[in-house]
Design a protein around this ligand. Sequence first.
Ligand SMILES: NC(=O)c1ccc[n+]([C@@H]2O[C@H](COP(=O)([O-])OP(=O)(O)OC[C@H]3O[C@@H](n4cnc5c(N)ncnc54)[C@H](OP(=O)(O)O)[C@@H]3O)[C@@H](O)[C@H]2O)c1
Length: 257
Amino acid sequence: MTTQATNQTLPLQNKVALITGGTSGIGRATALLLAESGASVVIGARRAAEGADLVKEIESKGGRALFQTTDVTEAKQLNSLVDIAVKTYGGLDIAFNNAGFVGEGLLPLVEETEENLRNIMDVNFFGVWNAMKAEVPALTDRGGGVIINTTSVAGVKGFAMFSSYVSSKFAVEGLSRSIAQEVAELGIRINTIAPGPIDTDLLDQVTNGDQSMFTQYVPMQRAGTPEEVAKLVRFLASDDASYVTGHTLRADGGMMS
Ligand SMILES: NC(=O)c1ccc[n+]([C@@H]2O[C@H](COP(=O)([O-])OP(=O)(O)OC[C@H]3O[C@@H](n4cnc5c(N)ncnc54)[C@H](OP(=O)(O)O)[C@@H]3O)[C@@H](O)[C@H]2O)c1
């Protein structure tokens, strides 16, 4: 079914959505779903070939999308991503700040390096901070909008051997809830999605392909799918969540219950 065929009922019709980290995993699934839901999608990540493939896939299904190579650690590149959204599609309504990585993965503190911690903070924390600095003025110009930041169950509780990643995700939780209070009167809602183990490259990287390392702690006894997370992003981005801000929505199969 194309977007044209269902134009009257699409939940994100006429919306413009920006997604960082859209070239794989949760970001890719969300780009596809938001486009199917009527949004024009602006995708920023570093891998240009994967970005171009995604745009082709969205367009082949009748959606609208563009990709711009973006490293979220560079504030100027996020300003440019927001600019291109505004110039191409007329404004910005939704931002999904999702780019993230695990650095060197699981390490005890004594083996942790300052370089690894700084790299993780640069992407996971400053990447979101840079994005929100660029997005809030554009959302304000539009009279309001929505930001959704990807955190993690590792932003809800501590995990041994994972302190740098956990710290970066706790920082994004604090940032998101504080800015949510700051911008609520501007009509901007800010929420976070906190996934448990989700079947993506990132999970395979941190578990060396043995997902049961984490899924054994999930009451539902399985990893989630990127599509299951994407549906929650769409919910938070839609008017169905019009009274929800400063909230953390867990998608973790019961892991933090
Ligand atoms: N999978 C899980 O179990 C899980 C659980 C909790 C939270 N999360 C979070 O979910 C988010 C998405 O991860 P995923 O699981 O979907 O893994 P993924 O498939 O590895 O996706 C990570 C995305 O982030 C992008 N990215 C990484 N560094 C970037 C940078 N410097 N600038 C721009 N983009 C960058 C990657 O694109 P490029 O390489 O093209 O730049 C990729 O699109 C992350 O924030 C992660 O921390 C994942």
